[in-house]
Design a binder for this molecule. Structure first.
Ligand SMILES: C[S@@+](CC[C@H](N)C(=O)[O-])C[C@H]1O[C@@H](n2cnc3c(N)ncnc32)[C@H](O)[C@@H]1O
Length: 264
């Protein structure tokens, strides 16, 4: 699919910058995972985990440091995998490996099943087909394991992004059945913004939930948060890598999490 190839090329452009940014953060911080995620994941010691859309593997490393038995990171962009392996060596991590693949083409490529299938922070919008994605998630999950996603809320992506930085709410994008949105810039949160054609699909919350249910998973919870994992402009930091608009507390959701298990 042409859009996926464009996305791969765009993410490759900022992989090196991400490597340097995350290397510094990993050296300075005990963990780079925010507390919303850490609280919900709970104790992950001795578990096996597969991290979908792992970027340069920084979060995979931070999660591994919490005592995982084994972790595997998967990402579309070959440059991300190259730098993920570099980070792994920099921090002398064992029991950690990275695989270059489109998540939607993982089905059958990895025979192993994991205690935790994990994906977070800027992920589902890069995938055109959530039904396929949910089947991949299920195929990777042990019978007694769990799936966990923490991502930006689809309602956040309906607003005009420029006006939103001034706390003005003008609807610009569709919430339901949104077609691919073509962007011409990539990065900004851990790199300079670079020019690179890319495609994003906003999926409604019901589409996300129903894809997981149709794949044969049972939803344990859906949580919504009025905080975001990047500074969208003029936000205050309210926790480690968590941001909020002053005066807009409780007004609308900016991120969400879902935990799901096999339907028994
Ligand atoms: C915003 S980043 C996710 C960062 C993540 N929070 C982390 O752990 O650092 C989105 C990632 O999704 C990857 N990606 C985009 N489309 C993909 C696909 N079809 N299959 C696998 N990875 C994909 C990109 O290469 C990029 O690294």
């Amino acid at each position: 699919m042409d859009e996926i190839n464009k996305n791969k090329a765009a993410w490759n452009l900022i992989a090196k910058d991400h490597y340097h940014t995350f290397k510094k953060k990993l050296a300075e911080m005990e963990t780079i995972i925010n507390d919303n995620i850490l609280n919900e994941l709970g104790d992950i010691k001795n578990k096996t985990l597969i991290h979908l859309q792992c970027n340069t593997g920084a979060d995979t490393i931070s999660l591994s440091k919490r005592g995982l038995k084994k972790a595997v990171g998967v990402d579309l962009a070959n440059e991300n995998i190259f730098y993920a392996n570099k980070l792994k060596n920099d921090f002398k991590m064992n029991n950690l490996s990275f695989i270059e693949s489109n998540v939607l083409e993982l089905d059958g490529k990895i025979k192993e099943k994991f205690d935790i299938v994990f994906t977070s922070e800027g992920v589902l919008g890069w995938l055109p087909d959530l039904k396929k994605w949910a089947r991949v998630v299920k195929s990777l999950l042990k019978e007694d394991g769990f799936f966990y996603v923490y991502d930006s809320h689809p309602i956040l992506h309906i607003w005009d992004e420029v006006k939103l930085t001034q706390k003005e709410f003008v609807i610009k994008y569709d919430y339901f059945n949104a077609s691919a949105d073509k962007g011409m810039e990539i990065g900004g949160y851990a790199s300079e913004v670079k020019r690179g054609e890319n495609y994003w699909w906003n999926h409604s919350l019901s589409d996300i939930i129903n894809a997981l249910i149709e794949a044969g998973l049972r939803i344990e919870y859906l949580h919504e948060f009025d905080t975001l994992f990047w500074n969208n402009g003029g936000m205050k930091e309210v926790g480690r890598t968590l941001f909020q608009y002053e005066g807009l507390e409780n007004k609308f959701p900016m991120s969400y999490s879902i935990k799901a298990v096999h339907k028994k």
